[in-house]
Design a protein around this ligand. Structure first.
Ligand code: 5RP
Length: 298
């Protein structure tokens, strides 16, 4: 038992120091509960308010995508450079070491393969399993204008309700069907619908015309998908333009893991996202890292 006699009688209540009550810096997120904010802080770097999410969930409808045939070999070396990993629970349990303590954004919708109508998704994860896996957010595909538009939006609103019950944010992923025009007008519609219906943050695509109107009209953070593999400098330019025009980071997959040297590329992406470094400079850094790593036989 504690010795009462050793209790100090003098106290310092720091009466001259008002207690700070900093607003939560993430766009539109100030009214969220502590658990939600804490989880979002495992995704968005508290210092910059931005994120480099590494997206490797493609297998949930594509199977063993190029670059993801062996996640243990190709993806694990990238983890030190990602703020967050977006993946399925299958890959998480089988391949990602539980010592990975950054945020996991769990793919929570699925169903159809690439051979079928992709918008016909269902919720694919029980909320209890997401809690067991200690995830930072749940990701759900929303097919605005798609054949199963209402169903996919209902998947999202259901997950938003469950997420609020347990303090888990939902990432609304605006999926664009093959036949749809990917322009600012469409993406403004899709991102705003996701935000209005409760997603904590939204993933969408970068468009060269009017992207800033998408971020301006969406009251929660937006991250961009990388899309199909393009030349490295172009991918870095896209990431740069996106954050300069209001995105809170990237959720990038193929342009990292299909790159010639993914470890070098992800470090270049980080520079652009977190340090506002010009894409040309980040590209030079990428080449330097690639050469160094080649010399070291890595
Ligand atoms: C699949 C996804 C992917 O995570 C997303 O497309 C990001 O990957 P990439 O940069 O390769 O486009 O949501 O539906």
């Amino acid at each position: 038992m504690a010795d009462k006699d050793s209790l100090q009688e003098t106290h310092n209540f720091y009466l001259d120091i008002p207690m700070e009550n900093e607003p939560f810096r993430l766009r539109g997120s100030n009214s969220l509960d502590w658990g939600m904010k804490n989880r979002l802080s495992k995704i968005f770097c508290p210092e910059t308010g931005r994120t480099v999410m590494l997206a490797i969930d493609h297998g949930y409808f594509l199977g063993p995508t190029t670059g993801l045939e062996r996640v243990d070999v190709t993806i694990l070396p990238l983890l030190p450079y990602a703020d967050t990993l977006m993946c399925t629970r299958g890959i998480l349990r089988s391949t990602i070491p539980p010592t990975f303590t950054k945020g996991i954004v769990l793919r929570a919708s699925g169903g159809p393969s690439i051979l079928k109508e992709l918008s016909n998704e269902e919720i694919a994860v029980d909320i209890e399993d997401a809690i067991r896996l200690n995830v930072a957010a749940l990701a759900v595909q929303v097919f605005v204008g798609g054949e199963y538009e209402t169903k996919s939006i209902h998947n999202m609103t259901r997950l938003v309700d469950l997420g609020h019950r347990y303090g888990i944010p939902v990432l609304g992923v605006t999926a664009v069907g093959k036949e749809m025009v990917r322009d600012a007008k469409y993406l403004r519609l899709a991102t705003r619908i996701c935000a209005e219906l409760g997603a904590s943050y939204i993933k969408t695509y970068y468009v060269s015309e009017g992207f800033e109107t998408i971020t301006a009209s969406c009251p929660v953070p937006i991250v961009i998908a990388g899309g199909k593999k393009i030349p490295k400098l172009e991918a870095l330019r896209m990431a740069y333009q996106a954050v300069q025009q209001g995105a809170a980071g990237v959720d990038m997959g193929r342009n990292i893991f299909q790159s010639e040297d993914p470890v070098a590329m992800i470090q270049a992406v980080r520079k652009v996202v977190h340090e506002d470094i010009k894409p040309e400079e980040a590209y030079e850094l990428c080449l330097t890292l690639e050469n160094e790593r080649k010399r070291e036989g890595r």
